[in-house]
Design a protein. Structure first.
Length: 205
């Protein structure tokens, strides 16, 4: 599949900067981080063996939302420093275990970043998935995000059947904004762990 690069025709921010829209990107897990990529492969290998299924490529989701004031990126990511306001951070939580969250290296943040960037966007596969061209829908995605649950990353504290992670955050946000999530598919041959957890938790509300 053709990779997407920021600043290419695949970037919905290029062209008409004020046209509303919500676009979903599927990015291979650990695209820019070999440790994460290796860990993901081990995780998938164990899961495939346990469930007696074929191995799949793993993906994580990110959103680009355009509204009148500009282009926002929405994703869950590690906390690089104490200046979350510069990245539009609206929520965050611990990684692995709740007690580890006292240290920055074991915390994640959820970004609603105006004119921000997604470091590994260049590795996204295929074209972006157009979720909506509707201005009200784009605004709804931005508005619901601060209310996203923030359980421990990598665990199933919310009893949703899957771990909570970046895919859960994106799926939760889309469902709460009113998107018909059933029309959104993971790239062929791939999986997005946590996606169903986000859907499940959003629908409980």
């Amino acid at each position: 599949m053709e990779p997407v690069t920021e600043g290419s025709a695949g970037d919905p921010a290029v062209g008409d900067a004020v046209a509303p829209g919500v676009d979903l990107y599927w990015i291979p897990l650990g695209a820019d981080t070999s440790v994460v990529q290796w860990s993901g492969r081990v995780f998938e290998a164990v899961g495939a063996w346990w469930h007696r299924r074929a191995r799949c490529d793993l993906f994580h989701a990110a959103l680009i939302v355009r509204v009148a004031e500009g282009r926002y990126v929405i994703e869950q990511a590690p906390v690089p420093d104490a200046h979350g306001d510069r990245r539009g951070v609206v929520a965050g939580g611990p990684v692995g275990f709740a007690w580890l969250g006292r240290w920055r290296v074991f915390r994640y943040e959820v970004r609603r970043w105006l004119d921000g960037r997604i470091p590994d966007l260049h590795a996204a596969v295929g074209r972006p998935v157009r979720i909506s061209d509707d201005a009200a829908m784009a605004r709804a995605v931005l508005d619901v995000l601060p209310g996203v649950p923030t359980p421990v990353w990598g665990r199933d504290e919310l009893r949703a059947g899957e771990m909570w992670n970046s895919n859960a955050v994106v799926a939760w946000t889309l469902v709460r904004a009113g998107v018909e999530i059933e029309t959104v598919a993971v790239p062929a041959g791939g999986r997005a762990p946590g996606w169903q957890a986000g859907i499940e938790v959003a629908r409980r509300a």
